[in-house]
Ligand binder design. Structure first.
Ligand SMILES: [Zn+2]
Length: 243
């Protein structure tokens, strides 16, 4: 019997995200994985010696003084895109990211993120909430609710942690997936910081925007009930056959 190829579950998730957002007028954008300190940090309102840099454990390319690194998030692509395009802007950026940290069931040194960015007239948190409400309903194929909790990221103001109501127990009884809380932590988001907009020459008086960023691996693990992130990367061909 001829063996047949299968798509990796991470690829399924990226395809789902692309299909949803493309239908709604977003462009899918790519950017370099080998980044500069400028795009990964400074242009996102994270200057040198700012304690917020500790939020991202970074793989630096030696010598560190050259300012090259493996991007710790997909957010630098926001800056690269806004430098070349005037608003209105609607993009998503799925791609690989890197963190210098130990590997365990929920952490990998290389993983996938998706970034979303909208810049237009009078964009508010309500647009962000409506977008994520609808997207997660599509992704989990179930009506879910989105909840915001106050948070901090240097490149958004205000910043929020995004939770979705548990798609397994409907947020009522609590279950192992939501650890009994009825809610699942899913991504970070917020309104694009005026300094980030001004830094690329977009007037923060005339334009506003929202951005969100979340782990594609985590979304995939939740949707397909995979409990160890390392299964995605160990090359075991028995994984993709199941999806
Ligand atoms: Zn639950």
């Amino acid at each position: 019997m001829k063996s047949k190829g299968y798509l990796h579950p991470i690829t399924h998730t990226i395809n789902d995200i692309n299909a949803y957002f493309t239908d709604r007028g977003f462009d899918t954008v790519d950017g370099p994985e080998l980044e500069t300190e400028h795009y990964n940090f400074d242009a996102l309102n994270i200057p040198k010696d700012h304690p917020a840099r500790d939020m991202w454990d970074t793989f630096w390319i030696q010598p560190k003084t050259a300012g090259k690194l493996l991007r710790t998030h997909t957010s630098p692509v926001q800056v690269r895109y806004m430098e070349k395009h005037k608003p209105p802007i609607r993009i998503i950026v799925p791609g690989k990211t890197y963190r210098y940290e130990a590997t365990d069931a929920t952490h990998e040194a290389q993983f996938y993120q998706v970034e979303g960015l909208v810049v237009d007239k009078s964009i508010s948190l309500a647009h962000l909430k409506g977008t994520l409400d609808d997207f997660f309903g599509y992704f989990f194929a179930k009506g879910v609710h989105v909840r915001f909790r106050p948070s901090y990221f240097p490149f958004t103001e205000p910043s929020v942690e995004v939770d979705v109501s548990c798609f397994r127990c409907d947020g009522e009884k609590g279950c192992p997936i939501c650890k009994g809380t009825g809610w699942i932590e899913i991504m970070g988001a917020g309104m694009v910081h005026p300094k980030v907009l001004e830094g690329v020459g977009i007037s923060s008086k005339d334009w506003s925007g929202f951005a969100f960023g979340g782990g594609i691996d985590r979304l995939t693990m939740l949707k397909y009930r995979i409990d160890d992130i390392r299964l995605f990367y160990n090359g075991d061909a028995r994984l993709p056959i199941q999806f």
